[in-house]
Design a protein around this ligand. Structure first.
Ligand code: UD1
Ligand code: MG
Length: 461
């Protein structure tokens, strides 16, 4: 829900996203900013928020050599600049790695962090708003009873004076509870000058971006403080914080789904992705997982313990309990998918049913067709995938194997237990199983023989 477009006053905006850093405490082969929350990388969330805040130019500062990060940027924000920061010398130094973007001369610059995925487009838009009023710098800040580790926003005579990093703060400054969230907006016409004058004479020997505040104040330029909830500004440095961010994002997504008219029977057990779309009067029962790319139409019911990803459900569809919809599952109006049914890259047209114990892969099931319990599309020959086409109104008997490529015509009936390897014409009956043989009065004799054998064994020592 971070992608909402926000109005701005026709001013151009560069967003600089700081994403350098190995993220050592993640203990991972994956670069930190590529770890996912709610089905999208942290970097992806921040890029979406930047777009949503109106950024016409995006520059990402990256750790040199992290090819996977560059690929993610190209995929999610094509055209964004990628700027390696050769040495990690501080946040102001990192911003200057994107000097080319600053030199492009946009009106506003916002600086976000790639490991702060809860930040919303709306907050970035609020952060830049004071620039349109003539401020040179806007800092995002929150009040917290536990400010340890954060830079403190120092206020004198009701005005912001500076930001002091924890390491450099004296005792009185450490008692300040107004904290710098780290994200900042700079007026484009002052940005390069302020950044170039930031030095590194501090406890960490780093170029601190928040020093832009003190410099702007000394120049008599306007500095604004924009408030934010601490949760939204939370950074992720390890897997514990990743879990905390996930939980916070899930709460936000569930709430948005509820507000939009979906019933989540047990909200805390439903897991959504950043792009999950639930229509009006959708009911989601407990313990349902939505992976990325799911759209659920009005009035659908998703029963308990179902797992959906890359699936599109039209209105009035029923799924589960215990259903698995994989990418490319398309269920048209009123289709029904029951328990222990897996659907992959397959379309069920209006009113089609697959209610029990079935696998449909690379298939089309025509309108109103009924797929019996235990039906399997044998779509894979070990090398290639093949398609199965079932016509409208066809009836597939239970425990049928459909050996693709194969088609069953409209209105045809397939007898239970069939292995269908050649096409079935419309309205035909196809039965492909051994013919049944019944022998009258055969069973009692067989039972008597078995019991006699057992008695003989018992008499032997
Ligand atoms: C920063 C702020 C602090 C604020 C806090 C909020 C500074 C100096 N301090 O501290 O006031 O309260 O965030 O969480 O800015 N980065 C680079 N290159 C660098 C250094 C950092 O790309 O050379 C990136 C990091 O990947 C990260 C972000 O900048 O995404 C912030 O850096 P971090 O080291 O986490 O700063 P903090 O010490 O948390
Ligand atoms: Mg940090």
């Amino acid at each position: 829900m971070t992608d909402q477009t926000t109005t701005h006053s026709g001013r151009s905006l560069t967003a600089i996203v700081l994403a350098a850093g190995k993220g050592t405490r993640m203990r991972s082969d994956l670069p930190k900013v590529l770890h996912a929350v709610a089905g999208r990388s942290m970097l992806g969330h921040v890029l979406a928020a930047a777009r949503g805040a109106g950024a016409n130019r995006i520059a990402v500062v990256v750790e040199p050599g992290q090819e996977a990060v560059a690929r993610e940027i190209d995929a999610l924000a094509p055209g964004a600049g990628i700027h390696p920061q050769a040495e990690r010398l501080g946040t102001a130094h990192a911003v200057l790695a994107a000097r080319a973007a600053l030199e492009a001369g946009d009106d506003d610059v916002v600086i976000a962090f790639g490991d702060t995925p809860l930040i919303t487009a709306a907050t970035l838009a609020r952060l830049r708003a004071p620039l349109a009023q003539g401020c040179a710098v806007a800092v995002l800040a929150f009040e917290t009873p536990n400010p340890k580790g954060y830079g403190r926003v120092l206020v004198q005579g009701g005005r912001v004076a500076a930001i002091r990093e924890e390491k450099d703060a004296d005792e009185a400054e450490r008692a300040v509870t107004l904290c710098n969230a780290g994200l900042m907006a700079l007026a484009g016409r002052h940005a390069l000058d302020l950044l170039a004058r930031i030095g590194n004479a501090n406890a960490a020997g780093e170029y601190y971006l928040p020093d832009a505040v003190g410099l702007a104040v000394a120049d008599g330029l306007g500095v604004a403080v924009v408030d934010v909830a601490e949760e939204e500004a939370q950074g992720v440095n390890d897997r514990v914080q990743l879990g905390i961010a996930e939980a916070a994002l899930q709460r936000r997504l569930r709430r948005a789904a509820q507000v939009a008219g979906a019933t989540l029977v047990a909200p805390e057990t439903v897991f959504l992705s950043h792009d999950t779309r639930l229509g009006r009067d959708v009911v989601v029962e407990p313990h349902v997982v939505f992976g990325p790319g799911v759209t659920v139409g009005d009035g659908c019911v998703v029963h308990a313990f179902s797992h959906l990803e890359g699936a599109t459900l039209a209105a009035g569809v029923s799924v589960g309990p215990y259903a698995r919809l994989r990418p490319g599952a398309v269920l048209e109006t009123g289709a029904r998918v029951g328990n222990f049914v897996e659907i992959k890259n397959a379309r069920l047209e209006a009113g089609a049913k697959a209610n029990h114990l079935t696998y449909l892969g690379d298939a089309v099931v025509g309108a109103g067709a009924n797929v019996g319990a235990g039906t399997i599309t044998c779509n894979y020959d070990g090398v290639n995938k093949h398609r199965t086409i079932i016509g409208a109104g066809a009836f597939i008997g239970s425990n049928t194997a459909l050996v693709a490529p194969v088609s069953v015509g409209a209105g045809a009936i397939v007898g239970a237990g069939s292995v269908i390897a050649t096409d079935v014409a419309a309205d035909a009956l196809a039965v492909a199983r051994a013919r049944q043989r019944s022998i009258p009065d055969w069973a009692p004799g067989r039972r008597a023989a078995l019991e006699a054998e057992k008695a003989a064994r018992a008499r032997k020592p």
